[in-house]
Design a protein around this ligand. Structure first.
Ligand SMILES: N[C@@H](CCC(=O)N[C@@H](CS)C(=O)NCC(=O)O)C(=O)O
Length: 246
């Protein structure tokens, strides 16, 4: 039995839900409200001491890190295949999944916080918010929440994120020059792992980066029209509904 601890609007959870849907796997979900700090509850920290979603439990084994979870699903449930056949294309796929993990995931955080978290957080009693934030295990993540709760994330703070997201779309545009999917001829984990960050551009008012690039726009239209994608993702632009960090 597969159990997923996740959050509707968390991009990292979305990567895993798309992969589960593509594999046709059934799973039981435990939804965490990240804005209400469900991720800091002892029962969740017992599963992932980092206090981050997603967490996947399969056959009693606990897995964290969305990229690793998707690689695990690909290894454990081989069909339908979500890795290209050729070794070169597989390497390209892994460069994209690493990029999604290292760069794209981090780049959407601050703009997402400004839209989704900061306003509500600043309405909370300051002492209460800071006391909860002090329990966040990771120093870097704790600092982000603290800044949002206190002086706030400024337009200047967002500039590096916007630069990285622009670079993400440019890299996609380059990759899609010669092939329909990011790793080449075949749809793969590369497309799955990057898709939630592209969809997030809608919510953070940066979708113009995609709209201005016909190849990326076409990729987005193809990926979002897959029934598996629709089943795993909230509708484009709905991220304001149930508010989560990233
Ligand atoms: N590298 C991790 C990152 C996980 C992560 O950042 N999760 C976010 C949601 S996308 C989270 O749980 N945030 C909780 C918080 O900021 O306290 C992965 O890919 O799984």
């Amino acid at each position: 039995m597969i159990t997923l601890y996740h959050s509707t609007h968390s991009t990292c959870s979305q990567k895993v839900r798309i992969c589960l849907a593509e594999k046709g796997l059934t799973w039981t979900g435990h939804h965490l409200n990240l804005r209400a700090f469900d991720q800091l509850k002892p029962e969740f920290l017992a599963l992932n001491s980092a206090g981050l979603v997603p967490v996947l439990v399969d056959g009693g084994q606990v897995l964290t890190e969305s990229r690793i979870i998707n690689e695990y699903l690909e290894d454990a449930y081989a069909q339908p295949r979500l890795s290209p056949e050729s070794a070169h294309a597989r390497a390209r796929m892994r460069l994209w999944t690493k990029y999604a993990d290292d760069v794209a995931s981090e780049a959407v955080k601050l703009p997402s916080f400004v839209k989704n978290i900061q306003p509500g957080l600043q309405r909370m009693p300051r002492e209460e918010a800071l006391a909860t934030i002090a329990r966040i295990p990771n120093e870097h993540i704790r600092a982000r929440w603290r800044k949002a709760a206190t002086e706030g994330i400024s337009a200047d703070d967002l500039k590096p994120s916007i630069g990285r997201l622009t670079e993400m779309v440019e890299r996609m545009d380059d990759a899609l020059q010669d092939a329909p999917w990011l790793a080449g001829e075949e749809y793969s984990l590369a497309d799955i792992d990057i898709a939630p960050f592209v969809q997030r551009l809608v919510r953070i008012d940066l979708f113009g980066l995609v709209a201005a690039r016909p190849r990326v726009n076409d990729w987005y239209a193809r990926i979002t029209s897959r029934p598996t994608y629709a089943s795993a993702m909230p509708p484009a632009g709905s991220e304001g509904g149930s508010i989560e960090p990233a």
